[in-house]
Design a protein around this ligand. Structure first.
Ligand SMILES: Nc1nc2c(ncn2[C@@H]2O[C@H](COP(=O)(O)OP(=O)(O)OP(=O)(O)O)[C@@H](O)[C@H]2O)c(=O)[nH]1
Ligand SMILES: [Mg+2]
Length: 260
């Protein structure tokens, strides 16, 4: 399984990546610290695996692995070249799901690119940039397919789907909320690798003090939970900077590599 980490600059993406993979990627208190993507692979801990290994006297045991890809931060206007632009999103087009890191911790020493802690505003900023990036993909695909579509019924159907999806995104919606029961259409959309088609897990980055009660008293996290519930996504509370974590899905360590 492959997961892509997204979020605004300076919200703790690389800190989380390091905490998960022990990769030692550069993380620092200024926006756009990450330029080139970091890639780390961690084995999924599963006690059943050792039992099976013993039972079958296996010579080799291969655990399931999760690959994390940590990329640069996105800012408002990235699709028009703001910040580091949005071309680096191509590094996460093929992931199975997106981990969207949102800042829910207060710390006047850590710069927020939009000046204040407001995770729902931040999520909407990132979502919009992911939508713009998907629209670019659709535009290119429409331009390529439309030429041959006049003489080919199957391609004409594809162009119809691409245009309908484009209109859906243009209205500010994520591809994921596009409704169809047609299995062929679903398979076709799936093949497009649209970022807003992928499942999203929000990683609410909190201070260590908030971990004890799963951030029940943190209003920013409550806002993220409400947003996620309305959008069919999951929320995990983490303190990226701490070795203590509440979600057990991330309790991993392992070998890693960096693409840089
Ligand atoms: N107080 C506090 N600071 C944190 C936490 N997580 C990250 N930071 C700090 O925030 C700063 C930015 O962290 P990074 O992990 O480099 O952020 P990033 O999202 O990868 O940033 P870019 O690569 O610039 O997009 C660093 O100084 C971190 O130590 C946290 O949970 N609490
Ligand atoms: Mg980073």
């Amino acid at each position: 399984m492959k997961l892509g980490i997204v979020g605004l600059p300076n919200v703790g993406k690389s800190t989380l990546f390091n905490s998960l993979t022990k990769a030692g990627a550069e993380s620092a208190n200024y926006p756009f610290c990450t330029i080139d993507p970091n890639v780390g692979v961690v084995p999924v801990p599963d006690p059943r695996l050792q039992l099976l290994t013993d039972l079958y006297h296996s010579e080799k045991t291969t655990p399931a692995v999760i690959e994390f890809v940590d990329i640069a931060g996105l800012v408002k206007g990235a699709s028009k070249g703001e910040g580091l632009g949005n071309q680096f999103l191509s590094n996460i087009r093929e992931v199975d799901a997106i981990v969207h890191v949102v800042r829910c911790f207060e710390d006047p020493n850590v710069i927020h690119v939009d000046g204040s802690v407001d995770p729902v505003r931040d999520i909407e900023t990132i979502n919009l940039e992911l939508i713009f990036s998907d629209m670019e993909i659709l535009e290119r695909r429409i331009a390529k397919t439309a030429k041959s579509a006049t003489a080919n019924k199957a391609l004409a159907k594809e162009v119809g789907i691409l245009r309908a999806l484009y209109a859906h995104l243009e209205g500010g919606s994520l591809a994921r909320s596009y409704e169809t029961d047609d299995e062929d259409v679903l398979a076709f959309i799936n093949s497009l690798n649209l970022l807003t088609w992928k499942p999203v897990i929000f990683a609410a980055n909190v201070s260590e003090d908030d971990l004890a009660d799963d951030a029940a008293g943190n209003p920013h996290v409550q806002a993220v939970r409400e947003f996620a519930a309305a959008n069919g996504s999951e929320v995990f509370v983490i303190c990226a900077r701490s070795s203590r974590r509440s979600p057990n899905w991330m309790r991993t360590s392992g070998k890693c590599s960096s693409r840089t």
